[in-house]
Design a binder for this molecule. Structure first.
Ligand SMILES: NC(=O)c1ccc[n+]([C@@H]2O[C@H](COP(=O)([O-])OP(=O)(O)OC[C@H]3O[C@@H](n4cnc5c(N)ncnc54)[C@H](OP(=O)(O)O)[C@@H]3O)[C@@H](O)[C@H]2O)c1
Length: 291
């Protein structure tokens, strides 16, 4: 099937996987606090199906969303998966009974997490597994070698096709690349959160996708007078402008905005067509520069 255009496309390096730059993040499909089932499972299924029908072929998930729930909904909605759909998952955390997020970075924990993802997604091999290190949203320096070596072993066993990394510093990404090829980097970044500006460009030179999480601000949606003003002038929403700015930021930026709402899904996907005038980009560039 011909690929619909959603913000242009990008190929994960060293792979045959080409995806539209506008993808979808599935974390919001679980219940409140990313815990338990959503209020309306049918709606969650409908959001996923419409995303794929509209051209989304890059879905980001994890088995610790829910836990298990998000992957099970993806399987219910989309299995058997169509050719060309790339499902990216992540390991390195688990959930406590009190809904907390706990590091799970021991060898056996990583192996178990890969098997949980395989079982709940209904796959024999995972397309891309991101090794999630760091704190809640920022990298924490220190070696990532033991974890990366475990994922490389699972890759050699054929359970993982490709490896990505998440919430890592430039130094840690280099260390990871010495152990196995890294096909994408997923860090916290958006128009107001620009700590990774240099990294985005360095990865672009290497042909590696940079996939910002919380592209709309995450649990606390972006609030900016400049975004509001620009959106009003363009007759778009602030969220569409925030996504269009990211698409403009660098060709290696791939988007995975999250939503449990069909209305927001449509709004977000249509941001792929929004071309921002030069003077608007200059105004938006200034939003995060202060930090
Ligand atoms: N690697 C990591 O550590 C990490 C961490 C966090 C997230 N992620 C990944 O990144 C993806 C994106 O992050 P995210 O979903 O947390 O944050 P996000 O995409 O920045 O924002 C999602 C939030 O914005 C709302 N929203 C979405 N579209 C909207 C619109 N058009 N207008 C108004 N509100 C809108 C959503 O609520 P509604 O549901 O009501 O639309 C939700 O509350 C996740 O799905 C996950 O796959 C990875």
């Amino acid at each position: 099937m011909a690929m619909k255009n959603l913000g242009g496309s990008y190929t994960f390096p060293g792979t045959t996987m080409t995806v539209n730059r506008m993808g979808y993040g599935a974390m919001q499909l679980a219940g409140p606090g990313v815990w338990g089932p959503p209020k309306d499972v049918d709606q969650a299924v409908a959001v996923l199906r419409e995303a794929v029908e509209s051209g989304v072929n890059h879905i980001d998930t994890s088995d610790f969303y829910g836990p298990h729930v998000t992957n099970q909904i993806i399987r219910q909605a989309l299995h058997p998966y169509e050719d060309g759909l790339v499902i990216v998952t992540k390991v390195g955390a688990r959930r406590g009974d009190d809904k907390s997020w706990i590091h799970a970075r021991g060898r056996q924990e990583l192996i178990d997490a890969v098997h949980d993802n395989l079982r709940n997604l209904g796959l024999d091999a995972l397309d891309i597994v991101n090794l999630r290190m760091g704190g809640m949203s920022d990298p924490v320096e220190g070696t990532i070698a033991p974890q990366m070596e475990t994922l490389a072993e699972l890759q050699q066993q054929g359970l993982i096709k490709h490896i990505g990394v998440s919430t890592m510093s430039a130094t840690q990404i280099k260390e990871a690349q010495e152990i196995a090829p890294v096909v994408c980097v997923q860090n916290f970044y958006n128009v107001a959160q620009r700590g990774d500006d240099a990294l985005v460009e360095d990865l672009a030179k290497q042909g590696i996708p940079y996939v910002p999480y919380f592209p709309l601000g995450g649990f606390t949606p972006l609030q900016s007078g400049v975004l509001d003003e620009v959106a009003k002038d363009l007759s778009k929403t602030p969220m569409q402008v925030a996504l269009a700015w990211l698409l403009h930021r660098s060709p290696n930026v791939l988007l995975i905005p999250g939503t449990g709402s069909l209305g927001h899904l449509r709004e977000n996907l249509s941001a792929a067509e929004l071309v921002l005038p030069v003077e608007v980009i200059a105004k938006l560039d200034a939003v995060g520069k202060k930090q």
